[in-house]
Structure formats: structure tokens, C-alpha cells
Design a protein around this ligand. Structure first.
Ligand SMILES: NC(=O)c1ccc[n+]([C@@H]2O[C@H](COP(=O)([O-])OP(=O)(O)OC[C@H]3O[C@@H](n4cnc5c(N)ncnc54)[C@H](OP(=O)(O)O)[C@@H]3O)[C@@H](O)[C@H]2O)c1
Length: 245
């Protein structure tokens, strides 16, 4: 068993609700961080009823106070062995194209604030010489597309940051797991017509399996996105820029 005490940053994310239920069923201990105490309370009650060994909550805007979140975890939930970062936003790309501050807000939420938190939490894992840092990025971060390149740039930057962090943590026995979902039916994608959209249940199963297997470092979920992205990355720019995707 690789994980027992897990910190979740973005615990009200739709994508990971089935994952949290799987963790609860296996009797895990959880620290849930999100920005709505009311929703945290509802998730907490559900997970306790399903068998979680313990569920602690912290209400916090994850883009605002990384130090506070990190010290709370260290003081109130010591010895945690796994971190899962799952929060994010997908703001309106059309507005990102004309409103610089709005575009920067998207980068701040999906990239800058995640880097701030991961940098703090890395200290914990470095000193315990074990554990897993798992982060949800996106296939959108693999190539800039006209329909969502600001979001994609943030997720791509985050994936590159994780590559470097993985290399740095390698010598300390700490695993860094990059999770790259394709489109998933969640609050974030409500009302959008997206190809090959997956359910939160199947994506959660893939994430749970990867968390429990020490050798997984980069996963695509569903798995079919790995060959698809190999093709997308290989397309020549001269051709790719003409695609209306
Ligand atoms: N859905 C997809 O197709 C898809 C595909 C690839 C990757 N992803 C990534 O998967 C992750 C989970 O997204 P989802 O699909 O589950 O969407 P979601 O249901 O909208 O979840 C996003 C979560 O992020 C939280 N969040 C946003 N800004 C925050 C902040 N400043 N402080 C604290 N929490 C904040 C939201 O909290 P509130 O509810 O309080 O706003 C929400 O719980 C995200 O990183 C997303 O980018 C999603």
C-alpha cells in the first residue's frame, strides 16, 4: 500500500469525487482543501460514511495563501505520504485573447499558484525520503491550440515544472506523478461539445490505480490519449496552425 495519508488540494473537483470515494472505501486518512466550507462538509460526511479512517478539512483559496495551506498540513496532518493537486479553472479563451489581466488570472490559478504550493510541499517529501506528489495537468498542455491556448500554456508549463521536480526528487525516493486527462464530463466542461469525453468514474479508476503503483510517473487518462497525443505532437506546425481546433 503506497498511500494512507493523503492531502487533496481542490477536493471539491468533480473529476475526483469517485476517486475520493475509492480512497474512503479503502480506509484512507484525508485532508481535504477547497474554497467552500459548506461543500467540504458535505464531501467529508459522505467519505466518513463510506469508511474513510479520518477526514480533516481546510477552507482556503488555493491561489492566495500557499504558506497557510502548507503549515496547516504540516501541523494538523503530520506524516502525510501523498499529495494530490486537482484544482484548476478553464476560463473563457475568447476573453483571454483581449483581456490581459484575465489571461494572467488563468495562468496564475493553473500554473503560478500550483508552483508555489508544490515548491512548499516538496520540502516535506524531500525530508521524509518517500511519498508521492500527484498533479492533474491536461492533454491541453501538450500543444497550443487556438481554442484554449492560455489554459493549455498553463497546463503545459505545469507539466514541464513536474518533469524537473521529478528529476530533482528522484534521488530522494519521492515519486512525482503527472496525470494528463483528456476531456472529462465535469462542472468544468458542462455545456461544451468535446470529442471522446470520459466519465469521472473511469478517470478516477485510472488515477487510483496509478497512485497505488509505484512505477507510474506520467499517465494519460483514458489511456487512448497517449497515442492520440503522440500524433498531435508530431504534426508539422505549418499544417497544425490551419486546424480549427
Ligand atoms: N474536465 C476536464 O475535461 C479536464 C480535462 C483535463 C484536465 N482537467 C483538470 O482537472 C482538474 C479538475 O477539474 P474538474 O474537471 O474536476 O473541474 P471542476 O469540477 O470545475 O473542479 C475544479 C476545482 O478547482 C477548484 N478551484 C478553482 N480555483 C480554485 C481556487 N482558487 N482555490 C481553491 N479551489 C479552486 C474549484 O473549486 P470551486 O468549485 O470552489 O470553484 C473546483 O473544485 C483541473 O485541474 C482541470 O484543469 C479537467
Amino acid at each position: 500500500m503506497l498511500m494512507q495519508r493523503i492531502v487533496i488540494l481542490g477536493a471539491t473537483s468533480t473529476m475526483i469525487q469517485p476517486l475520493l470515494r475509492m480512497m474512503a472505501k479503502e480506509g484512507k486518512e484525508l485532508l481535504l482543501v477547497a474554497r467552500s466550507q459548506e461543500r467540504l462538509d458535505a464531501v467529508r460526511a459522505d467519505l466518513l460514511a463510506r469508511g474513510a479512517a479520518s477526514v480533516l478539512t481546510l477552507e482556503a483559496d488555493l491561489t492566495a495563501s500557499p504558506d497557510l495551506v502548507y503549515s496547516f498540513a504540516e501541523q494538523c496532518f503530520p506524516g502525510f505520504d501523498t499529495l494530490l493537486l486537482s484544482y484548476g479553472t478553464m476560463l473563457d479563451q475568447t476573453r483571454c485573447q483581449v483581456d490581459g489581466e484575465y489571461a494572467v488570472r488563468e495562468l496564475h490559478t493553473n500554473f503560478v499558484s500550483a508552483v508555489a504550493l508544490l515548491t512548499l510541499f516538496a520540502k516535506h517529501f524531500e525530508s521524509r525520503h518517500s511519498g508521492t506528489i500527484a498533479v492533474i495537468t491536461s492533454v491541453a498542455g501538450e500543444r497550443g491550440r487556438r481554442s484554449n491556448y492560455v489554459y493549455g500554456a498553463a497546463k503545459g508549463g505545469l507539466s514541464i515544472f513536474l518533469q524537473g521536480l521529478r528529476s530533482r526528487m528522484h534521488g530522494f525516493g519521492v515519486r512525482v506523478l503527472t496525470i494528463k486527462p483528456g476531456p472529462v464530463r465535469t462542472a468544468m466542461t458542462a455545456g461544451l461539445h468535446l470529442p471522446m469525453i470520459a466519465s469521472t468514474e473511469s478517470v478516477s479508476r485510472d488515477i487510483y490505480r496509478a497512485l497505488e503503483k509505484s512505477h507510474r510517473e506520467v499517465i494519460y487518462t483514458p489511456r487512448r490519449w497517449r497515442p492520440v497525443m503522440t500524433v498531435i505532437r508530431a504534426l508539422p506546425e505549418q499544417f497544425f496552425k490551419r486546424l480549427s481546433i
